[in-house]
Design a protein around this ligand. Structure first.
Ligand SMILES: [Zn+2]
Length: 354
């Protein structure tokens, strides 16, 4: 196995032909070692143990890269975390890096001789074509062997079809018993998506925001797929609840372009059109007249300006809670929290001289 591993984001004399995805690997050490031991004589042994575990995590991420058909891992980042519980300290070594395919692998900058197709690529493409064919059948869901291949060969071509199935399946009533194939999809889809490149995954997930806005939002949240540009493009009065539900989601790295789109989202939310109106009215026959909110559901309740409807929603028994813009108290809080995030991001990016 000849996987190049580097902490830099490029490799001298090599061009990257494809970004395969983010790989993670972690290993734990020290389950039986008390914290005091670490600072005592044992620390030298411990250090050695720690090095060992680092190397095994490195070996593991190399294997994953090879299994995904990568030539190299770039931007390798390691993290040592100590978790202290029940008087014992455990060290977690985590490695994260991006698996890439190189256009030409280089020894001294010389292109590799002969083009050729690897057995791995041939098998990968074959599996992909077969699985895509199977997925054309509406009732088909990948079985355990299929999932092994999907993960091992990083069959990202099938991700759009899997997402469409996941949207429907994950929105079904909780507690209903699922056949095992459906269970596999529910368990495996999110980790699979998490292993994908951010832009590639976002492209798939934002292609359907309406089949189940709730599941869509949960996928964005679980995979850190908040995409300011795509969210800004979603902004219509009809979509406002979905947009607001995304505001507490994140993305791995924010840049100035993101900030521009996020500012546009704030601007849009600040200027939502009224869906209800205020009028002078009387709450019951004997009360004084005052300001009444007529919400978009047609309830008329006495409120302060900016207040939320206190009527019960027919059939559900829940309080309506919409204000004159048609948004709930929780949504107002979410918008305010988002504004704080945008302000902080603005100051961080401005401090950054790059
Ligand atoms: Zn109402």
């Amino acid at each position: 196995m000849d996987i190049i591993v580097t902490t830099t984001d490029r490799i001298e004399n090599c061009r990257i032909s494809r970004y395969i995805g983010i790989l993670r690997s972690s290993a734990v050490v020290g389950a039986e070692v008390a914290l005091a031991d670490f600072f005592a004589d044992a620390s030298r042994n411990y250090r050695r143990k720690l090095d060992g575990i680092y190397n095994s995590a490195l070996q593991d991420i190399r294997l994953k890269a090879a299994a995904a058909g990568a030539d190299a891992i770039i931007g390798l980042h390691s993290e040592f975390q100590d978790v202290f519980a029940k008087g014992k300290t455990r060290f977690v070594v985590s490695l994260i890096g991006t698996a890439v395919r190189l256009e030409q692998c280089c020894d001294d900058g010389q292109p590799r001789q002969g083009g050729g197709v690897t057995q791995f690529d041939l098998r990968r493409n074959l599996l992909s074509v077969n699985l895509l064919r199977q997925l054309e059948k509406p009732g088909f869901n990948p079985g355990a062997d299929d999932w092994d291949n999907i993960v091992r060969y990083a069959l990202y071509d099938v991700a759009p079809q899997l997402y469409r199935r996941y949207l429907v399946l994950a929105s079904e009533t909780i507690g209903s018993s699922h056949p095992s194939e459906k269970r596999l999809l529910l368990d495996n889809f999110i980790p699979f998506l998490q292993s994908m490149d951010y832009e590639q995954a976002a492209e798939i997930v934002y292609s359907d925001t309406t089949t189940s806005p709730y599941v869509f939002r949960n996928v964005v949240k679980a995979c850190n797929l908040f995409h300011p540009q795509k969210v800004a493009q979603m902004m219509t009065p009809k979509n406002k609840h979905t947009v607001i539900s995304l505001l507490d989601c994140d993305k791995p790295v924010y840049d100035r372009k993101d900030l521009e789109y996020m500012s546009a989202i704030v601007e849009y939310l600040d200027n939502l059109p009224d869906t209800g109106h205020y009028e002078e009215g009387r709450d019951g026959l004997f009360s004084k007249t005052g300001t009444m909110l007529v919400c978009e559901r047609g309830h008329m309740t006495p409120v302060q300006l900016g207040g939320h409807c206190t009527a019960l929603v027919e059939g559900s028994g829940a309080i309506c809670n919409l204000n004159v813009k048609g948004i709930t108290e929780q949504e107002v809080l979410a918008i305010n929290a988002f504004k704080d995030k945008v302000d902080i991001l603005k100051s961080l990016l401005n401090n950054d001289s790059l």
